[in-house]
Ligand binder design. Structure first.
Ligand code: NDP
Length: 333
């Protein structure tokens, strides 16, 4: 980063419905007027960044725009006097990278209420291997534990298992002693999933035959669903009595057709998970867990692929097609 300019990925609408992503030098005066300025050392790529980078107006209303819902780095300046210069911090979610210039840049400027201190047990890079995906996976696991999930209950299904949220959910649940059944469209990645802690790996097509049934044979005790759409309800139909699913994603779609049978005949719980608007204190608590008892350092190394800011557009295109595996960490050091 030079003293006068900083590098950022900027997405522009170059023709109606056609979006271009370029790495450019920006003047610090182009940062939004927010009190906390951060030198970003690491960011990461999330599905939502891919939506923003390819013009999804439900995520980003106006272009040119810099995506990036995750950032970790050090404070350069804080007009609100909450943080000292040099403090290591993490920002995920809220409006970062949606309609506020995001973490795919060497600098961000954000409100203090979005900034959490980085816990000692996590490096900046590790915090971004986790990022919003890790926070979300941890929240899904918390929801299941709060609902009473115990390893003795039986297998826990994780859909979209090779994705960012899915792979971290597999690793976390494995660490906590659960037998994880990882569902994937990429069976060639079965070894990767097993190395993260999956008990078994299932083809995505395993769930397809349940589409025609109102309720199906109970197969799994609990589930984390990152895929949404019809998959979510197919999972719900196959949960054992008293089980539940933590639902956080929509990689295959937002809509699904449902009936009440799994809820009224088996007492199944549908547990919604949001990591974006979650109050900062709660976010900080989850980061503390991920740096402490839930630290999965060895698995994080298997999940991570380090890329440069210049490579971000190419890897966002991969995520947009559903072809991502694990987590892409953008190294800006
Ligand atoms: P990724 O792109 O990293 O992973 C998504 C995975 O879903 C893919 O790798 C693939 O895994 C699977 N998938 C993709 N397309 C389909 C499809 N058509 N049908 C079935 N499976 C598919 O995304 P993230 O892990 O970052 O995010 C996952 C979801 O969670 C997204 O919808 C995202 O928006 C949402 N999310 C929600 C958050 C919240 O706060 N609620 C926070 C973070 C993410 P495989 O090939 O292994 O099946």
């Amino acid at each position: 980063m030079s003293d006068t300019t900083y590098r950022a990925m900027v997405v522009e609408e170059v023709a109606a419905g056609k979006y271009d992503q370029a790495i450019v030098n920006l003047d610090p005066s182009s940062l939004p007027e927010n009190p906390v300025t951060i030198a970003v050392s690491h960011s990461s790529l999330n599905y939502k960044d891919a939506l923003s980078a390819f013009g999804n107006r439900a995520v980003t209303r106006e272009y040119p725009h810099t995506p990036g819902i995750d950032a970790a780095g050090t404070v350069i300046a804080d007009a609100s006097d909450t943080f000292a210069v040099g403090d290591p911090v993490i920002v995920t979610g809220y409006d970062l990278g949606m309609n506020t210039a995001g973490g795919l840049a060497e600098r961000i400027a954000v409100p203090g209420e979005w900034v959490t201190p980085r816990p000692d047990g996590l490096s900046s890079r590790e915090a971004m291997i986790l990022g919003t995906a890790g926070l979300t996976a941890a929240l899904c696991v918390e929801k299941l534990l709060e609902a009473g999930a115990r390893p003795a209950d039986g297998e826990v299904l994780v859909t979209g298992a090779t994705g960012g949220v899915g792979s971290i959910a597999v690793a976390l649940l494995g660490k906590l002693g659960f037998k994880v059944a990882a569902v994937t469209g990429k069976l060639e990645s079965a070894e990767f999933l097993t190395s993260l802690g999956a008990w078994k790996v299932l083809d995505r097509e395993t769930l397809a035959p349940f589409a025609d049934k109102a309720i199906a044979k109970p197969l799994w005790a609990w589930a984390v669903d990152t895929v949404g759409g019809e998959t979510l309800f197919n999972v719900i139909k196959c949960l054992k009595y008293g089980g539940g699913v933590a639902a956080c994603g929509m990689a295959s779609g937002a809509q699904f057709q449902a009936n009440v049978f799994p809820f009224i005949l088996r007492g199944i719980s549908l547990l919604g998970v949001d990591s974006v608007e979650l109050p900062l204190q709660k976010k900080a608590g989850v980061w503390g867990k991920l740096a402490g008892d839930w630290y999965i350092g060895e698995q994080l190394e298997k999940i991570a692929e380090d890329i440069s800011l210049d490579q971000a557009p190419e890897f966002l295109a991969r995520l947009h097609r559903g072809h991502g595996i694990g987590r892409y960490v953008v190294d800006m050091t």
